[in-house]
Write a protein that binds this ligand. Structure first.
Ligand code: GCW
Length: 680
């Protein structure tokens, strides 16, 4: 059975993030002690073994009592773990029948009585579901909830919930702001860092069930035999936590290596062919052999993620072939082994408005991809900007399997210098009505499989993890990893609820201090948007995507003496027409569009009056000022936490807020100065 001991020092250590179990207090503690005496594991699976070990150790810390791990529920206070098959005799027929449809990842946590003894049953049709149920049970106690009289059923929205690591083989992380890669390729396969398991455990606690290990700007060498052996070791660890391993594959991999190694990714592969033409039978044969080699090492390998013909990455275009040719060829290679081919829709086209490109390129291909192809689409039409409307591809490709890609790493939101909690941003994307099947067609409902024709099967988050002790670059950033996982499981969770859970599970401070942290989180996102790119502005940044440089980005803001913003309505680029009629009607109408998207869709004269009663120019200045003021407020509130938190965490975060103050002023001043030449 898996599961190393959780030591005392680890429970004090923030590197355990939200799995940092701590003793419960007061009445709750009494209640917990009454319900929990032992963990009874009825299964021999590794995954359920990990669930049992996690529970045993977590419950020991939470209740302050020893908790035995047994295989028979022979006394009061057992927490019983097993699949439905294992627990059949613990439930009366009718109750058992009522949970047959839990699915492989859904679970039940039920308070039961068995042979006169009280117990808590955690069960699912599959092993992973039991693991998720165990973490849910722990979360109840970590957040001070009662654990008596339970009958909780949950199942995940999207079947595939994954993190995308943009990690290169040399340890560098593209758009990573928390140190180097977690994967120590030079030490694998022999030496295995304990953090691999910690990572798996943190992911599993959220229900994340797939990891893509390497950057979509993929180095082809990841597919070489020596690297695959290393990958197999990682996959073996993740498997025991219900996590499938995927790799980003370079479309040019079948080609001979390049003689300019630094350009390896773009110009050379690991094979012996002169071409990567997807319609060349040798190329397909190469991929089929490669896929078979991988599955021989990793029988449950998930598949490939591919970025092709985008930002210099090789793809089918060079051979005058389409995305369809490229994706379907790889899908054919993976199909016999049961693998998925995830093809990214992040492309640049030939139109004057980049926001149109992915839709124009991919909607004609709807219905033509093979059934193991999943098209992965960023949440916004452009590129992870602080505040983008959802991509119109969602709701427009009913015959294609889709994946929604969020970025947990804050490439365009101040990297790891800002407090920005992304729950509110993702909530808006998930809950905005696409009108794809009439009113009530949100992306959340597509993820839950509630719409007839539009389904999103996968949700992917570009992760913010790195090898820093705190994992994510600042003390508040793990909230984003946590929120991503929770929303992937249940896209209807309110950002406030997620923030509350995360704060309670992470920090041991008192109720007032917890409230301060939550309040900071909940205003942090609006603050960044306001001091950097308010009212639907976007891409005003420099090459590093950190500091402001509006003068370099005229194509994205269209500022001139007539006004500000990009006209994407019927009189402009018409990008708004890519949305369903009702949605397009709201966003085309300057009176109805939410102000957060105003300048995304409209070129607005500087002195026109907005629904706020202020002119655009006055509103813009007010927004920038408000953003800057909130950062000052957040810092002032954080300083009230001195003495309440670990001193190091406290100090580190003060330094982060100081940097965010500087950044906020820089953005506000640079942007207003630049725009003033047109507005005044
Ligand atoms: O936003 C852009 C980033 C690139 C990234 C690309 C993508 C991995 O600036 O660093 O490349 O998106 O999503 O492919």
């Amino acid at each position: 059975m898996g599961g190393a001991e959780i030591t005392e020092s680890q429970t004090k250590n923030y590197s355990q993030l939200w799995l940092r179990y701590r003793p419960a207090e007061g009445d709750m503690l009494k209640g917990y002690r009454a319900v929990i005496q032992q963990v009874c594991c009825l299964s021999r699976s590794f995954i359920i073994g990990n669930a049992a070990a996690e529970l045993q150790q977590g419950l020991r810390v939470l209740t302050g009592n020893p908790v035995a791990l047994v295989s028979r529920a022979d006394r009061d206070g057992s927490v019983i773990l097993g699949t439905l098959e294992n627990v059949r005799s613990y439930l009366p027929e009718d109750r058992f029948a009522s949970i047959q449809d839990l699915g492989p990842e859904g679970y039940l946590i039920g308070s039961i009585s068995h042979e006169g003894k009280n117990a808590t049953l955690i069960t699912s049709c599959g092993d992973a579901g039991v693991l998720y149920g165990a973490f849910h049970f722990l979360r109840l106690m970590q957040t001070g909830k009662p654990i008596e009289g339970l009958w909780l059923r949950e199942s995940p929205a999207a079947p595939l919930r994954m993190l995308n690591h943009w990690d290169d083989l040399n340890g560098y992380i593209e758009r990573g702001y928390a140190g180097s890669s977690l994967w120590e390729w030079q030490n694998l396969p022999e030496t295995v860092s304990p953090r691999y398991r910690d990572h798996a455990r943190l992911c599993a606690s959220l229900g994340i069930n797939a990891l893509v290990l390497n950057n979509v700007n993929a180095d082809p060498r990841i597919l070489r035999a020596d690297y695959l052996e290393k990958v197999a070791v990682l996959a073996g660890i993740f498997r025991e936590w219900g996590i499938q391993t995927y790799l980003s594959a370079n479309f040019g991999a079948p080609m001979r290596p390049s003689d300019t190694p630094d350009k390896m990714k773009r110009w050379g592969g690991i094979g012996n062919l002169d071409t990567a033409d997807p319609l060349d039978p040798q190329v397909e044969a190469w991929w089929t052999a490669k896929v078979n080699e991988i599955y021989a090492l990793i029988p449950d390998f998930g598949g490939f993620l591919v970025k092709a013909d985008s930002e210099g990455m090789p793809g089918p275009r060079k051979y005058k072939r389409s995305h369809l040719d490229g994706a379907n060829m790889l899908a054919r290679a993976l199909k016999p082994q049961g693998g998925n081919l995830i093809w990214r829709a992040f492309v640049y086209g030939s139109s004057d408005d980049r926001a149109r490109d992915a839709y124009d390129e991919f909607t004609p291909l709807d219905g033509k991809f093979l059934d193991n192809v999943i098209l992965q689409i960023k949440n916004g039409p452009l590129d992870f900007q602080p505040c983008e409307p959802f991509t119109p591809l969602f709701g427009s490709m009913p015959k294609t399997r889709l994946s929604l890609e969020f970025q947990i790493a804050k490439e365009y939101l101040g990297h790891s210098s800002t407090a920005a909690y992304l729950g509110p941003m993702w909530h808006t994307i998930l809950q905005t009505d696409t009108y794809a099947e009439g009113e009530g067609s949100s992306i959340a409902r597509m993820l839950k499989g509630e719409l007839q024709e539009h389904r999103i099967e996968c949700i992917a988050g570009v992760t913010n993890t790195g090898d820093e002790p705190g994992w994510c670059g600042n003390a508040l950033n793990p909230a984003n990893w946590y929120a991503f996982g929770r929303l992937a499981w249940n896209p209807d969770l309110a950002p406030e609820v997620i923030a509350e859970e995360w704060t309670a599970m992470t920090f041991s401070c008192g109720a007032d201090a917890q409230r301060i942290i939550r309040e900071i989180l909940l205003k942090s996102y609006d603050a960044v948007v306001n001091y950097s790119m308010p009212l639907g502005l976007n891409f005003l940044c420099d090459w590093n995507h950190y500091d402001p440089k509006p003068e370099m980005r005229a194509a994205y803001h269209h500022a001139d003496t007539t006004g500000l913003g990009v006209n994407r309505t019927a009189t402009g680029s018409k990008a708004v027409e890519q949305y369903h009629l009702e949605r397009a009607a709201i966003w085309s109408d300057r009176e109805k569009i939410p102000l957060q998207y105003l300048l995304w869709f409209h070129h607005v004269p500087w002195h026109d009056t907005l629904p706020t009663g202020r002119s655009l120019w006055t509103e813009l200045k007010a927004r920038y000022a408000a953003g800057v003021a909130v950062v000052d407020e957040m810092l002032a509130e954080w300083t009230k936490l001195e003495g309440e938190l670990d001193p190091e965490i406290y100090k580190e975060e003060v330094a982060k807020f100081e940097e965010e103050k500087r950044l906020a002023r820089k953005w506000s001043e640079a942007c207003l100065k630049y725009f003033s030449q047109f507005a005044e």
